[in-house]
Design a binder for this molecule. Sequence first.
Ligand code: 5GP
Length: 114
Amino acid sequence: MSEPSIFTRILNGEIPSEIIAQTDTLFAIRDIAPKAPVHLLVIPKTEQYRDVTELAAGDPGLLVEMIALAKELAAAHADGDFRLIFNTGAGSGQTVFHVHAHVLAGGLDEKSMN
Ligand code: 5GP
């Protein structure tokens, strides 16, 4: 069994980070290094899926739930518009191999995809 991911350790209270929303299957936190005025992470409570392609193949309904929670959070924390990013693979910048969605909102630069 490999070590729990950093997100599992946050969920278990082993690493401090406020859980700003949760459902039976998901939780959300603020990114520790925000890239936008609002930068949240929506994360499945299970860490069995490494990235969004595994999640889409294994539990597409959970992926749909992630999008719905992202929408709710963007409405609660910004004006409702948001950018959803799934880094997929180390070459894309993925550093935590426990699938998560970056929800960027609140004054985005529409010319930039970063
Ligand atoms: P990735 O690069 O895998 O797509 O995204 C991982 C994200 O997790 C990064 O944006 C990083 O800033 C964030 N992150 C890493 N460690 C922590 C932490 O301990 N607490 C919080 N809140 N975010 C973290």
